[in-house]
Design a protein around this ligand. Structure first.
Ligand SMILES: COc1cc(-c2[o+]c3cc(O)cc([O-])c3cc2O[C@@H]2O[C@H](CO)[C@H](O)[C@H](O)[C@H]2O)cc(OC)c1O
Ligand code: UDP
Length: 483
């Protein structure tokens, strides 16, 4: 079919961002039933490890036979003196703006560019998208709760002293959530790191310029927050951005391994719902003292476990290394837990593990993709937030969604978790007669059903996707219909 319009997606590197944005693009493509193609502008990831991860996804999709064209953008210099990944990503993409403009303009002769969808850290690209008079969308791969908070940041700034949320005594009003204690504010906003607050506030303001914000969530999961945003409660006096809740967007593809993964083979030999799974995301790792507490807590809980234990990143990088188990684990631990525990020192196939019948609980760093995957498979959680917006996600999981047993962390000691506390939470989550555990397991099962219904034919997220595709396919209107 000649001259079909194309939707341009500009994803950020990093598993949680890139795969999610690509999968959302593929769902747009499938919903459009051939009415448009997808063009993905690939930004060179800032480290070799991340670049090769992105390349793996690109190569796999390039041979999928779908209408996706990948355009690699030229490399640019790295910005210097950035305080955190949010600032780095925001400034790095600014340097790509001329290349993004040239790439989009270059598509013009063969296909009309119907929309440009950028990652939540990439709103600096709006300037060139506006210059080209193309409708701009944001793909928000974090929860609506964090979107609500980002939209609220300009107003919240007025209540803050220079010390940030850490010094705040009252709770924080995130519309649609119960009052949030300041200690649950995202790690990137809690400390007096004014640069990262500035950047999140910057993006929050720029979301208002978008034709719509596509959020990886559903009405069933975050209905009250989506309603609060749509009602304008986050941006009083201004027009709220149009929202498209199309989630859960989860990638169910595989990495073409011929043999089942060792973790999966081990799970095959365990009884149903007997194993607690521990995994801390693409960037999470624990220090040596914390590793010893986890080992003691798991040993004392008496439960079966599959623990993805990663080593600290080497200097100058952010990705965890493969762990040296002999060095990290307490002496005798592997022997004492042989037969009922597996410690895996490298990247693990998390989705496959969560889908396994032997898994009954998940100790998670609360990355939003991990939460959605766990809910999809009906696995109740113990939240152990580390970085980014994860503390807010953990609060929402316990106080809002309810599919989790809270883990007490010593907030004055770098969020340290004692062995006894992990043992307590694991025992409650994995069995026993406590109401708290029963409620978490029941809510996880119910939420799984609701999530699957949302993306199925006639579900709320499926309908939102169809409305979004209709909106993209017609020329810009003042529509704000998809709340
Ligand atoms: C959303 O707020 C923050 C996100 C991050 C952040 O940074 C990051 C940088 C990389 O180079 C690679 C990554 O994979 C990555 C991931 C990441 O956070 C996760 O993003 C997911 C997709 O949006 C999802 O939201 C997870 O919940 C996040 O944990 C960093 C940060 O501050 C340091 C943020 O505030
Ligand atoms: O050992 C690992 C660690 C992470 N993941 C996947 O990486 C993504 C992590 O995204 P999330 O938003 O949870 O957290 P982030 O790593 O971006 O902080 C999820 O899809 C996980 O399933 C995985 O497959 N194996």
């Amino acid at each position: 079919m000649a001259c079909r319009p194309t939707v341009v997606v500009v994803p950020k590197w990093g598993s949680g961002h890139f795969i999610s944005a690509l999968e959302a693009g593929k769902r747009l493509l499938a919903t459009g039933r051939g009415a448009f193609t997808l063009t993905v502008l690939v930004i060179h990831a800032p480290s070799e490890a991340m670049a090769s991860e992105v390349q793996g996804h690109v190569c796999r999709e390039a041979v999928s036979g779908l209408d996706i064209r990948f355009l690699q953008l030229p490399a640019v210099e790295h910005p210097t003196c950035c305080v955190d990944p949010a600032e780095f990503a925001s400034r790095y993409v600014q340097l790509h703006a001329p290349h993004v403009k040239a790439a989009i303009a270059g598509l013009g002769p063969s296909s009309r560019v119907a929309a440009v969808v950028v990652d939540l850290f990439f709103t600096a690209l709006f300037d060139v998208v506006h210059e080209l008079a193309v409708p701009a969308y944001v793909y928000f791969s974090s929860p609506a709760a964090f979107l609500a908070l980002m939209l609220r940041l300009p107003a919240l700034r007025e209540d803050l002293t220079g010390a940030g949320f850490e010094a705040m005594e009252s709770t924080v009003d995130v519309p649609g959530l119960p009052p949030v204690p300041p200690s649950y504010m995202p790690a990137c906003l809690v400390k007096a790191k004014i640069e990262s607050y500035d950047w999140f506030e910057y993006h929050g303001r720029r979301f208002m310029e978008a034709r719509g914000v596509i959020v990886n969530t559903s009405l069933e999961l975050e209905g009250s927050i989506l309603a609060a945003i749509a009602d304008g409660r986050c941006v009083p006096g201004l027009r709220a951005p149009a929202l498209h809740a199309i989630g859960p967007v989860i990638w169910f593809g595989s990495t073409d391994d011929e043999q089942p993964h060792e973790c999966v083979r081990w799970l095959d030999a365990q009884p149903p719902a007997s194993v607690v799974f521990l995994c801390f995301g693409s960037m999470g790792s624990l220090d040596a003292a914390q590793v010893r507490e986890v080992a003691a807590g798991l040993e004392r809980s008496g439960h079966r476990f599959l623990w993805v234990l990663r080593g600290r990143p080497v200097a100058g990088t952010r990705l965890p290394t493969d762990a040296d188990l002999a060095e990290l684990l307490p002496e005798g631990f592997l022997k004492a837990t042989a037969g009922r525990g597996l410690v895996w020192p490298a990247w693990a196939p998390q989705r496959e593990i969560l889908s396994h019948a032997a898994v009954g609980g998940f100790v998670t760093h609360c990355g939003w993709n991990s939460i959605l995957e766990s809910l999809w498979f009906g696995v109740p959680m113990i939240p152990w937030p580390l970085y980014g917006e994860q503390h807010l996600n953990a609060f929402e999981l316990v106080a809002g969604v309810g599919a989790a047993v809270e883990l007490e962390m010593d907030r004055r000691k770098g969020f340290f978790v004692e062995a006894g506390e992990l043992e307590r939470a694991v025992r409650i989550l994995m069995g026993g007669a406590s109401d708290e555990g029963k409620k978490a397991r029941k809510t996880a099962a119910e939420t799984s059903t609701a999530c699957r219904k949302a993306v199925g034919e006639g579900g709320s997220s499926c309908a939102a996707l169809q409305r979004l595709v209709r909106e993209i396919l017609v020329l810009p209107t003042a529509g704000n219909e998809t709340r």
